[in-house]
Every structure is written in structure tokens, then in C-alpha cells.
Design a protein. Structure first.
Length: 299
């Protein structure tokens, strides 16, 4: 494992969707998420983190140090048992766990360190480590150095409900009455989204040990997070820009908002209904970026 990162970072991600639903809202019939006041489209941080986790899991295939804790269809306790084994506790044996003290700070620290060293998403995003209660252990909340905000579309979006015909009839009884059934899909014809993120070198050093190698994997995962996640429901999605700001020191050289404001994304003046990435222009006002901050366009 390479050394822990020593510089603070901020980054801006631009990604788009074409004829798809980037993030369905379960409170609105799985329609694309939208800010009802402004009409801007939204994609949650949880959705983006899921894509990053899935990419790391795909490329690393449970390699040592790169397991994924928050995993689809895998209970957290399944991963917890690895930590139990590490500190010599049989987490499945109730007789053993009942005899443990209410608080064992040394065991708590051992488990926390083990989880950070072995699970990439804990080392990156942190985790609430309260699933060890069966053994009366409490690792508390591990704050991850990498944090993402909601993504928001550059322009307001209009969700379209498309009626589709399917030939797969649900029941034998229905098959005797009809040969097709009607269905519906909710799509966004086109939208460009912007997400902003933060990486704390201070938390990496004090908490999880997020390393330079982890950082490079994170950039790779962000750039490719939609490349192995294509589906008919999500349409055509791609990351178009990853703009990274590297500070010269652990605590940074300026407030994050100044760097984010230096990146301007706007629709071209002659475009009424944007339907492709080239309908927008990305302007970086380098004069607003402090000299000590290094700006890199990863794509």
C-alpha cells in the first residue's frame, strides 16, 4: 500500500444522460429525481457512490485491501465476521459474545483499523460501524476523507413518460385474452449534470489511511463509473469532465467554493433545446484559482 495522501483536493464531475433515467425517485413512481421548485434534475450522492463501489468491485474482484463493505445482496454482518475472526472472536457464538465486556476500547480500535485496511469503500467514504453490537463492541462512526454532494443538472429537465408495448404476458389467464401488454418508461431526453466533491488529507491521515494509490483508483472509478453499468433504464450515460484541484498542503490553500466557482458550465447561446454535450461549453477561470492550487483536467 502506498503512503497516505498529503494534499487536500476538490473536484468537479460533469456527466450526462441521453434517453434514460439517471436516478429514479421511489417517492415519485421512480421518475427521475427533480427539484420541484426549480425543475433542475438531481442525482444523489448515494447513487454516485454506488457506481464507484461497483467499479472498484469489478476491477479489483475482492483483492486484498479492496473489498467492498456496502455491497448489493450481502448483509453487513457477513463482512463483520471477517473482523471478528481477525481479533479472535467467534461472532456467531452467542456464549462468547455475551461474555465480552460492555466496552473494549482496544478491540474497538483493532476492528476499526482492520475494516479500514481491508475495505476500500470504508477507507474512502467512511462507514457507521454499529453492526458489531452482537459482540458488545462499538467502533463508532468512521468519517471518510472523500465526500460527494448531490449532482444537479445544468438546465431544468422535463421528464417524459414513454408508453411501450411488451409481448411478455404475465399470466396464462391473460395470455388467452391478449397478445401484448402496455408498459411505461420515464426518461430524460438529455441532461448534463454537475457534481462536486471533497477529499480531506487530514481525515485520511487521522482516520482511514486513504492512500495515493487509493486516490488514483478513485479518479479511475469516477471516470469509468458508467462504463460497466449500462442498462436500458439508464439510457446512455457518460462522464464528460473530471476537473481536479490539488492544494499545496494538508489543510488547503483556499475555501472550496472559490475553486468550484472558477468552473462555469453554460449552454451555448444559439441552443434552445440541448440534446448533446457539445451544446454546452465549459469555462475555467484560471485567474480565480490561487497560484498554490494545481488544476488538472483528467478527461
Amino acid at each position: 500500500m502506498s503512503e497516505v495522501i498529503k494534499n487536500r483536493y476538490e473536484f468537479v464531475v460533469l456527466f450526462d444522460v441521453e434517453n434514460g433515467n439517471p436516478n429514479g425517485d421511489p417517492d415519485a413512481g421512480n421518475m427521475p429525481r427533480i427539484d420541484p421548485e426549480s425543475g433542475y434534475g438531481l442525482v444523489t450522492d448515494v447513487c454516485l457512490k454506488r457506481k464507484i463501489r461497483n467499479y472498484v468491485e469489478t476491477v479489483k474482484e475482492d483483492e486484498k485491501g479492496y473489498k467492498i463493505y456496502i455491497k448489493e445482496n450481502v448483509p453487513l454482518n457477513t463482512s463483520d465476521n471477517l473482523a471478528y475472526d481477525y481479533i479472535g472472536i467467534n461472532g456467531k457464538d452467542e456464549k462468547v459474545t455475551k461474555n465480552l465486556k460492555k466496552s473494549d476500547p482496544e478491540a474497538d480500535v483493532k476492528i476499526r483499523d482492520f475494516m479500514c485496511q481491508n475495505f476500500y469503500d470504508i477507507r474512502t467514504f467512511g462507514a457507521v460501524m454499529t453492526t458489531f453490537v452482537k459482540a458488545s463492541l462499538n467502533c463508532g462512526q468512521v468519517r471518510g476523507p472523500v465526500q460527494l454532494g448531490f449532482a444537479r443538472s445544468i438546465d431544468p429537465i422535463i421528464s417524459q413518460e414513454v408508453t411501450i408495448t411488451r409481448v411478455a404476458i404475465t399470466t396464462e389467464e391473460d395470455a388467452g385474452k391478449k397478445s401484448t401488454e402496455m408498459g411505461r418508461k420515464n426518461i430524460v431526453p438529455y441532461a448534463l449534470y454537475r457534481a462536486e466533491g471533497y477529499i480531506s488529507a487530514n481525515l485520511a491521515r487521522k482516520s482511514t489511511g486513504f492512500s495515493e494509490e487509493d486516490l488514483e483508483l478513485l479518479w479511475d472509478a469516477i471516470i469509468n463509473m458508467f462504463e460497466h453499468d449500462h442498462s436500458a433504464a439508464r439510457g446512455k450515460m457518460a462522464v464528460r469532465e473530471l476537473i481536479v484541484f490539488k492544494h499545496s498542503k494538508e489543510l488547503g490553500d483556499c475555501p472550496a467554493y472559490k475553486l468550484f466557482e472558477a468552473v462555469e458550465v453554460k449552454r451555448k447561446e444559439d441552443v434552445v433545446y440541448p440534446r448533446k454535450y457539445k451544446d454546452y461549453e465549459v469555462l475555467i477561470h484560471e485567474e480565480e484559482i490561487p497560484e498554490k492550487v494545481e488544476m488538472t483536467r483528467k478527461i
